[in-house]
Design a protein around this ligand. Structure first.
Ligand SMILES: C[S@@+](CC[C@H](N)C(=O)[O-])C[C@H]1O[C@@H](n2cnc3c(N)ncnc32)[C@H](O)[C@@H]1O
Length: 271
């Protein structure tokens, strides 16, 4: 179907609004993609003009359906179990160092992790499984999993995945931590109890009282402007305990950013 063209000034208004609310920079080359997504919502609401829809979006609150539906659509949710596996191998290999990185971990017998753009949950469940397997009884994983897309968080909470996760998950882990439910695999309660899911926008100030020992902020910074990336890095630094680890995506880098993280290896940093 032929989409109605958006004028330059309409595109700039949408671009600016999305940037201010989410930190996501829809560049000119993604204009058609944005047009397609916005048009889909306009059709559903039987709205014809981009300006009229813009007024509705601009006036919407964080929890309004019109805004949350659009956010679900304009964010990219690609993910999988054990994505960028070397991060999970790093945690398993360095578990002794992690346990000793901060006296609180052994005192409270608890490791605090955050999957900060968790999408449909695979990253958070993988983190909890790997922490449990590598720490045994010495510390319990306590994982916060957040994403700005409420639709993705709802799927994550459901914890049900198509059978093709078999290509990513080791058969032993599949057997231990999942139950077959018809055409799906469901994550067992043994792992679910370690995770709290919430929607959270990384563009906002962080509300956390306790700091984290491990933060995954992977494959989300690439969508942000350089200014938003810088501000996010500053917040992530403050949210980590000294000695805590930050993992970023393999196509992301801190080069050119001002930061106080210690470089450990590509995409792995320590506060
Ligand atoms: C490509 S997925 C990455 C998922 C996972 N971290 C991984 O690496 O497999 C990017 C996720 O970032 C989320 N996202 C985008 N902007 C965000 C924001 N401002 N705050 C929180 N999450 C955001 C999207 O909703 C999406 O689920």
């Amino acid at each position: 179907m032929q989409l109605k063209p958006m004028t330059d000034s309409q595109f700039l208004k949408y671009q600016d609004l999305i940037y201010r609310r989410l930190g996501i920079l829809y560049k000119e080359e993604k204009r058609d993609m944005l047009l397609g997504k916005v048009s889909k919502h306009m059709r559903a609401m039987e709205i014809e003009g981009y300006d009229q829809f813009f007024q509705i979006i601009r006036g919407s609150k964080e929890d309004d359906q019109v805004w949350t539906d659009l956010v679900d659509d304009i964010t990219i949710h690609t993910t999988n179990y054990f994505r960028e596996r070397n991060h999970f191998d790093y945690i398993s290999r360095n578990v002794e160092t992690i346990l000793k990185s901060n006296p609180r971990i052994l005192q409270r017998a608890e490791v605090r992790g955050w999957s900060s753009a968790c999408s449909t949950g695979e990253e958070a469940y993988t983190m909890a499984m790997v922490l449990k397997d590598s720490m045994g009884d010495r510390a319990t994983p306590k994982v916060l999993a957040t994403d700005v897309s409420k639709g993705s968080v709802a799927k994550a909470m459901k914890g049900e995945y198509r059978k093709d996760i078999r290509k990513d998950v080791d058969p032993l882990i599949l057997q231990r931590y999942f139950t077959k439910a018809g055409e799906h695999y469901r994550v067992n309660q043994e792992i679910r109890r370690f995770i709290t899911f919430r929607s959270f926008n990384l563009a906002e100030q962080f509300p956390f009282r306790d700091s984290f020992d491990i933060i995954f902020c992977r494959n989300v910074m690439i969508y942000f402007s350089p200014e938003m990336q810088q501000s996010l890095l500053n917040k992530l630094y403050r949210a980590l305990t000294p000695g805590g680890l930050l993992f970023i995506g393999h196509s992301e880098s801190l080069i050119g950013k001002v930061h106080r993280f210690q470089y450990i290896q590509p995409t792995v940093y320590m506060r």
